[in-house]
Design a protein around this ligand. Structure first.
Ligand SMILES: Cc1ncc(COP(=O)(O)O)c(C=O)c1O
Length: 396
């Protein structure tokens, strides 16, 4: 649905881009906070931890050492080496730091660069929905056709090979995978990844896999990179970054790993979009990847503790329920019994419980009837917000 232009110079394609639903709820919450109301904010995927001190120190040292100039379009060489080592260590993948890794301005730029590089107008891109909206709107802006695959609660919101297969046509150019997933917390199973890999090879499409939540995974589930599977290395664009794992959302450092000829295309787009990622921030990212990894474990354990609190509390309340998410830091709660739209439910949560969450419809097809609640706020805040939500629901 096209949106009214903000001014008469605006290009037609921008009419496809709404303000994001997350932002809308965040602003509503901030307004109430400014009025002195106690609001428990579960709107954004912004970790509430500080960036570990060793990472900040590395960045300060880089600034002091004069790392304030443009870096290579591919990124600082030392960071590319750190990424190559990380990909080997955590994902079992070998990429050359010389020509198979490109550092980006966060995953956001990696995603838009990848989609821009590989999608022509009229190409079909299969996208699991609901989804983090960048994947829905950038293809639209490029004139590509989105083929949605609806994620189902009864399947724990995991993408299944069976569902993907139904969407493949001769026009399929790309498939997007986000596992662990935003907004649902779903994690893909190895057998589905394996079957999807075979389909990608057979039908010759590319897979864009966003692995930004790889470390936040629970209940013994394992993250598997699809690029490790037979025939996939040459057709996979693996996106990741430091934002979530090291609580570095403001640093804007992400990356893409792919086979040399794909990176060559990607760099050609990236040089016109960003030139390079912030040089001194890249030195912080080197320390994040090469330095001690305890902070990642501490954060993951804390998210897991919060996740259990969320799931147990929500499932003890009337008219709301949730499946236990296996990854990321979101609960995608079912609010269908409230008999209101998810947007009305979000307003109800905010007004009656001082709990800010994001309506599922903000994440595209399949999101209506759900509420995304990010457990990126303290255990105590979550307890307080959920207690208030419970009483509000019991009064309905
Ligand atoms: C699936 C997904 N990819 C990427 C991002 C953004 O990552 P970055 O901060 O590295 O741009 C987000 C942020 O919420 C996300 O949910």
């Amino acid at each position: 649905m096209a949106i009214a232009k903000s001014n008469h110079w605006e290009a037609d394609r921008v009419q496809e881009l709404p303000f994001q639903g997350t932002r809308k709820m965040l602003e509503a919450a901030n307004k109430l906070k400014a009025e002195g109301k106690d609001i428990v904010d579960m709107t954004t995927g912004r970790p509430d931890f500080d960036t570990p001190q060793n990472i900040k120190e590395a960045c300060k040292d880089a600034l002091e050492a004069g790392m304030v100039h443009y870096a290579s379009n591919y990124g600082v060489q030392e960071l590319r080496v750190a990424i190559a080592n990380k990909m080997k260590r955590d994902n079992g993948l070998d990429f050359s730091p010389d020509n198979e890794i490109m550092v980006t301005l966060g995953c956001v730029e990696a995603v838009s660069t990848a989609l821009t590089t590989f999608l022509n107008p009229g190409d079909e891109v299969i996208i699991p929905m609901p989804i983090w909206l960048n994947y829905a709107y950038i293809p639209k802006m490029l004139g590509a056709n989105i083929v949605p695959v609806l994620l189902r609660e009864e399947k724990n919101f995991a993408v299944t090979a069976e569902d993907i297969e139904k969407c493949i046509t001769p026009k399929t150019k790309a498939l997007v995978l986000v596992s662990p997933n935003n907004p649902t917390g779903g994690v893909m199973l190895e057998e589905d990844l394996r079957a999807i890999a075979q389909m990608a090879v057979k039908h010759d499409f590319i897979v864009i896999t966003d692995e930004i939540y790889e470390h936040f995974i629970y209940d013994g589930c394992k993250h598997i990179s699809i690029a490790t599977m037979d025939g996939m290395r040459e057709r996979t664009v693996t996106i990741n970054g430091v934002s979530k794992a090291y609580s570095m959302t403001g640093w804007r450092i992400g990356w893409i790993c792919a086979e040399k000829s794909l990176i060559e295309s990607l760099v050609r787009t990236h040089q016109y979009a960003a030139s390079c990622a912030t040089t001194f921030a890249q030195y912080g990212a080197i320390e994040a990847l090469n330095g001690p990894q305890e902070s990642v474990k501490i954060m993951t354990d804390e998210y897991d503790r919060r996740r259990k609190l969320m799931v147990d509390s929500i499932n003890s309340m009337p008219r709301i329920s949730c499946v236990s998410p296996k990854g990321a830091f979101y609960v995608f709660a079912n609010v269908k019994e409230l008999k209101m739209t998810s947007e009305e439910a979000a307003q109800f949560f905010l007004r009656e419980a001082g709990l800010a969450a994001v309506h599922g419809s903000a994440f595209g097809d399949g999101g209506e009837g759900y509420m995304r609640m990010a457990y990126t706020t303290s255990y105590e805040n979550i307890q307080r917000g959920l207690e208030r939500l419970d009483s509000a629901l019991r009064k309905l």
